[in-house]
Ligand binder design. Structure first.
Ligand SMILES: NC(=O)c1ccc[n+]([C@@H]2O[C@H](COP(=O)([O-])OP(=O)(O)OC[C@H]3O[C@@H](n4cnc5c(N)ncnc54)[C@H](O)[C@@H]3O)[C@@H](O)[C@H]2O)c1
Length: 450
């Protein structure tokens, strides 16, 4: 079986490489000529661990082109991983998908053999079985579930771990037009993920709902942990890490995403949660848990910013460590560190920013007034206050051997990476969710707690 992959971005190029590594001959298609040229030259168009190695090792099976006809005619199955940007109301747009589906449909009109079209982009429930199927049938002149197959197969990967996420998912989700299409996709997926990974097969609408429900459940869990952290900030003697570690032992709850630290960000969690709430509203349901997760998330930035602005003066220098939305990625979309830097700058502080991978993206987003340091050491040495926004191993290592700096008098440690014993008469160490280092806001709160 031969496969084509449309959209060679953060998800599409790793999928292309993983399919090639699983033995498939693959054709990549993108509308950006430079992306196509990079793949043709054996170079990754995006930064992702293991991706360059996979492309290099499997180059003999990897082709890239801007010529749809060549790629679609040559292959049996086509995966689509084009953007589905969020609109003002939070619903995802199908415009790039529909344009790609039209290109595919034009080729399929003249292709005699059965072809399977797989939508991997995240869609609003109702899209794949509605406008996408309609457009594919109208342009190709063929019937889905008869001459051609259509599936929805969203990915549950996290950036920075995409290759491993594609190879070892918790489960594979397939929405299918019919059994033939589902069987074909399941067989293909099995060659990538192995025989034991569960495969959940269903109709389109259930699969589309499952995809955004998974991310909404996770954001609710993150916000629950952050709410616990807020309570622990104010409850004398409370420690969010002790509470969440115990909570996570309950198998009904589990440990993942239960840390309690900064809010969530990135290209998926915020927008999938918003889309879930929008979708629910459209069918007359108030998705209270989704909107509460968002409301709690929005106040996390204020929580950290207020700690810093209440303890520093305008003009003072703040080192913001961690600008990507999570460690091991250069993506700054909806990043809490980036948003904090912008908020503190707006409040008159001078920002010295650092991130192991995301400096270029952050520089473009923050503009020329923010300065960037080449190392955490350089950022901290020049700062009056320091805030650690991502749990990078580089920061853990750095603070393990850090003996304090002459100038620095405040360290805000959102992820509890730093030994609180670093605190001294000259250096205040504030750890989110640890009350022993964070003064309660008022006496009434203490009275209630006692
Ligand atoms: N990035 C993630 O963490 C993640 C996780 C799960 C799901 N998704 C979903 O996967 C989809 C793709 O996301 P991404 O992060 O890979 O996007 P991306 O922006 O990194 O890549 C999209 C690629 O598609 C190309 N493209 C755009 N329009 C095209 C067209 N009409 N024909 C061919 N190529 C076209 C772009 O040039 C780009 O290379 C989105 O729906 C997203 O919601 C992303």
């Amino acid at each position: 079986m031969k496969a084509s992959v449309v959209g060679l971005g953060k998800l599409g190029s790793p999928l292309l490489a993983v399919l090639a590594a699983s033995g498939f001959e693959v054709w990549g298609i993108d509308v950006v000529p430079d992306t196509v040229a990079r793949i043709q030259a054996g170079l990754t168009p995006v930064q992702e661990p293991q991706l360059q190695e996979l492309i290099s090792e499997n180059r003999v099976r990897i082709h890239a082109t801007g010529d749809w006809r060549a790629a679609i005619a040559e292959t049996d199955v086509t995966f689509l991983l084009v953007p589905t940007p969020s609109g003002a109301d939070g619903a995802f747009s199908n415009r790039y998908l529909l344009s790609a589906v039209e290109e595919i449909g034009r080729v399929l009109r003249d292709k005699a053999a059965y072809h399977l079209v797989v939508i991997n982009s995240t869609t609003m429930p109702g899209s794949v079985g509605g406008p996408i199927r309609d457009r594919l049938e109208a342009v190709s002149g063929k019937h889905v579930a008869r001459e051609i197959g259509l599936c929805y197969n969203p990915e549950f990967i996290v950036l920075g771990n995409v290759v491993q996420g594609l190879l070892h998912p918790d489960f594979v989700l397939i929405g299918e037009s019919d059994a033939r299409a589902g069987d074909l996709l399941e067989a293909l997926c099995r060659r990538v993920v192995g025989a034991t990974v569960p495969v959940a097969r269903m109709n389109f609408i259930n699969a589309e709902l499952t995809k955004i429900a998974v991310n909404t459940y996770i954001t609710a869990k993150i916000s629950f942990a952050n709410m616990l952290g807020e309570i622990c900030d104010r409850l004398p003697g409370a420690d969010a890490d002790i509470v969440t570690a115990a909570l996570g032992q309950d198998t009904r709850i589990g440990k993942k995403y239960l840390r309690g630290a900064t809010g969530y960000g990135g290209p998926c969690f915020p927008r999938d949660t918003q889309a879930f709430a929008t979708m629910a509203r459209r069918v007359g349901v108030d998705a209270t848990i989704a909107t509460a997760a968002q409301a709690i998330n929005e106040r996390q930035l204020r929580r950290v910013a207020e700690i810093i602005t209440s303890r520093t003066a305008p003009g003072e220098r703040i080192a913001v460590l961690g600008l990507a939305y999570k460690p091991d990625t250069s993506v700054v979309e909806q990043s809490q560190g980036l948003m904090l830097a912008a908020a503190l700058e707006k409040a008159g502080r001078q920002i010295i920013a650092h991130d192991p991978l995301a400096m270029d993206a952050a520089r473009a987003a923050l503009g020329p007034t923010v300065s960037f340091a080449g190392s955490p050491e350089a950022a901290v040495a020049a700062a009056d206050a320091v805030v650690v926004m991502t749990p990078c191993s580089e920061y853990t290592r750095f603070f393990r051997s850090w003996a304090g700096a002459e100038r620095t008098r405040l360290l805000v440690d959102c992820w509890r990476l730093v030994d609180p014993a670093l605190a001294s008469d000259r250096l205040a160490v504030i750890q989110l969710g640890h009350n022993d280092t964070f003064a309660p806001v008022d006496d009434a709160t203490i009275a209630v707690a006692n």
